[in-house]
Write a protein that binds this ligand. Structure first.
Ligand code: ADP
Ligand code: MG
Length: 329
């Protein structure tokens, strides 16, 4: 532990009490200088990191259990987007003070999601500092089977999992947005708040889409912004039907302009956007059923470059109106 804050429990006690469990799949977990992770013979290691900073990625009002869940969920979502099977993760934590209650609650949310996905915490780092959470996940995937951003081909269909926009709608509520059509209360508010605080990474869907999808990405910064990455890496264009992008009944009850903002540029969705050859349409639906997640076709890959957005009547909409969330823009 570095820094000035005087911890009530030591760094090593905190780690031992809340972040150490017997290893199952890994060969060596917390307690040595490195963890040792078994990878199945002939598979590639898929690795990804995501950092969560208070004020930027989460509100200080979020319950620590939910923060623990979300910190891992956003990382598992990257494994899902690549069609990788989760193996192990590390946790680097900066904490303003060594708060036992906070650590216990954070760990319970984190480890419950870890258990649900068969991924184990094998190490990390703990230091004093402004609250900051960085997780690195490791997964495995057979060579040639990872879903990449670069595989979309003209004629492919464009799909989205689940529904988009609820997390952004929750943020608009917290911000007291003037775009809201009336107050959002009771179960409707709880639903969108859960979407923001407890995203469900689509790991099973990513695995089911191996060999079916031609490209995939997880939607973290908003659908349009993330589709832009697919366009660039695949060197194709996309036509997206804005009104076919799936949304919850709660969001569908809001004004159309807000629905479009939330679904197209909302961010924090952690659903998958992916492409697949039109001939695999039935296989995509089967993958969704197998994974227990709705999948909706809402566009197609085009030869001409750029992202074209149309409404239900086929009229072009202006894409510049909903730029994806860029941290440095
Ligand atoms: P080193 O100084 O060699 O990097 P540390 O003293 O920081 O090791 O950590 C001791 C052990 O505790 C290591 O095995 C490390 O991976 C683990 N560890 C530290 N912080 C965490 C954490 N937040 N969650 C899980 N394991 C952790
Ligand atoms: Mg260390």
């Amino acid at each position: 532990m570095t820094g000035q804050a005087a911890p009530r429990v030591g760094e090593f006690e905190l780690i031992a009490r809340h972040f150490t469990r017997p290893v199952r799949r890994a060969a060596l977990g917390v307690g040595d200088d490195c963890a040792l992770v078994n990878v199945s013979p002939g598979q590639q290691l898929a690795v990804s990191s995501d950092m969560l900073v208070e004020g930027r990625h989460f509100l200080s009002t979020v319950a620590p259990e939910r923060l623990g869940h979300k910190a891992l969920a956003v990382n598992l979502s990257d494994l899902a987007a690549c069609g990788a099977e989760p193996l192990a993760f590390t946790l680097a934590l900066a904490l303003p003070r060594a708060d036992e209650d906070w650590a216990a609650a954070f760990a319970s949310g984190l480890l419950a999601l870890a258990d649900a996905h068969g991924i184990e915490l094998v190490g990390g780092d703990t230091t004093a500092g402004p609250l900051n959470i960085c997780i690195t996940v490791m997964g495995q995937v057979p060579p040639g089977q990872a879903l990449l951003r670069s595989g979309a081909r003209p004629g492919d269909e464009l799909w989205v999992s689940g529904t988009l926009g609820d997390a952004r709608l929750a943020l608009e509520v917290f911000r007291g947005s003037r775009f809201l059509g009336g107050a959002l209360q009771g179960e409707a508010f709880e639903q969108v708040r859960r979407a923001m605080e407890l995203p469900q990474p689509r790991v099973a869907l990513g695995l089911a889409l191996r060999g079916v999808a031609s490209s995939a990405i997880d939607i973290s910064d908003g659908l349009l912004g993330d589709l832009g990455h697919v366009l660039q890496r695949s060197r194709v264009g996309l036509q997206l039907c804005a009104d076919q992008v799936p949304r919850s009944a709660v969001l569908a009850a809001q004004p159309l302009a807000l629905q479009r903002l939330c679904t197209l540029a909302g961010g924090d969705d952690y659903e998958l956007a992916f492409t697949a050859p039109a001939a695999r349409h039935a296989d995509v639906l089967a993958a969704g059923r197998a994974a227990g997640v709705a999948v909706t076709c809402c566009g197609q890959v085009t030869e001409w470059p750029g992202l074209q957005i149309i409404d239900a009547a086929g009229q072009a909409l202006d894409a510049q109106a909903w730029r994806g969330f860029d941290h440095f823009a």
